[in-house]
Design a protein around this ligand. Structure first.
Ligand code: SF4
Length: 357
């Protein structure tokens, strides 16, 4: 083993002994850390993908109140499921949760699988989530490596390898798994995530002064922590122009159900078309749709960022004389209680709009 390898080996070996005690002392009190029930850990990990901890707390509690068991989730009405997910985005996460719940009920008598390799076969569960569940709930020495963990490791070891390369992730996972403790596997997994979330943070300066790895971290010693991690393969997001119609007829608002495939599949939407239209063109389109536009109240520009695409939207608020039959016309209460309208559209329904509904 050369000197560099020896140094890496030493750094990885110190991680569990330093991070587990630190985690036990400093871990945030989060609703999904109150127990290690696989369903709870699974749900929280899925909700936390691409979503901030603070935003997830309320959703997590409401979801479990309505679907307290895997069987309840498997039997849930899809519209109700999506309504509970409204605002969290990436709705396929909710659909996959239900698919996996159905699989657990039909193929495993309702018992959550207890091994990493079996967990990995469930819909919507990748290596990261399977590792988090297996180590947290079943004390299996499997690492859960995501962008947070890769950032922490690349700083501690001062690695300039591109963390978006699958080979780098694979190597970090293997090295971590070689040093997993015999017990407290879940605490080790959580400690790495927690360090990335509250100390070795992704934006702004890392909080090295309160970091348990401060004395050993190579990037900190060399003052290079803010240059790391290296991410070279960032893809440009596609930009798409859209025109959105916020249509009101009396006290009703027009909504439509989206197609069952593709982006925001099966959810509700405000009527919209691709391309940016002028106010005049927009009114002509509405006439063709048979809503008899009476007056254009105002115009608003909004954007919504998905993982791979950004919608740049021009919204037209229009009073209509007729309810076009191919749209659903719903009142404010229905919109609140049973229609799952994604944030991309819901952001148009502001205070001003609701005042007259
Ligand atoms: S010392 Fe600083 S850069 Fe190194 S792991 Fe800790 S917070 Fe991150």
């Amino acid at each position: 083993m050369n000197e560099k390898e020896q140094s890496l080996d030493f750094l990885y070996k110190t991680l569990p002994e330093i991070l587990i005690p630190w985690y036990l002392k400093h871990a945030r009190d989060l609703p999904w850390r109150k127990d290690r029930v696989p369903y709870h850990v699974w749900l929280s990990e899925i909700m936390l993908q691409q979503t901030r901890v603070e935003a997830v707390k309320g959703y997590y509690t409401r979801f479990l109140k309505e679907f307290p068991t895997i069987a309840d989730l498997a039997e849930a009405d899809e519209d109700r499921l999506l309504k509970l997910w409204e605002g969290l985005g990436y709705y396929n996460r909710a659909r996959n949760l239900q698919k996996a719940a159905k699989k657990i009920i039909s193929e495993n008598n309702g018992v959550f699988p207890s091994e990493y390799s079996e967990i990995l076969t469930l819909p919507g569960i990748g290596e990261y989530t399977a590792g988090a569940i297996a180590s947290n709930c079943f004390d299996e020495p499997v690492a859960a490596v995501d962008g947070n963990v890769l950032r922490v490791i690349s700083r501690i070891t001062e690695s300039y390898e591109d963390i978006q390369k699958p080979a780098v992730k694979k190597q970090v996972k293997a090295r971590l798994e070689a040093v997993y403790p015999r017990t407290r596997c879940g605490d080790f997994t959580q400690s790495l995530m927690e360090l990335g979330a509250i100390v070795c943070v992704p934006s702004g300066a890392p909080k090295c002064g309160v970091c348990p790895m401060e004395d050993l971290c190579v990037a900190h010693r060399h003052g290079t922590e803010q240059k790391l991690p290296v991410k070279n393969t960032k893809k440009e997001r596609k930009q798409e122009e859209r025109t959105v119609f916020i249509l009101r007829c009396g006290t009703k608002i027009a909504v439509k159900k989206r197609k069952k495939e593709g982006l925001l599949a099966g959810l509700w939407e405000l009527p919209n078309i691709s391309e940016k239209k002028t106010a005049k063109e927009a009114m002509e389109i509405l006439s063709e749709w048979g809503v008899s536009p009476v007056s254009l109240k105002r115009e608003a520009i909004r954007k919504h960022v998905f993982s791979h695409i950004q919608w740049n939207m021009t919204g037209f608020y229009v009073e209509c004389g007729q309810e076009a039959p191919e749209m659903e016309w719903v009142c404010k209460n229905e919109l609140g209680a049973s229609i799952a309208l994604p944030t991309a559209f819901r952001q148009f329904l502001d205070e001003d709009f609701f005042q007259n509904v």
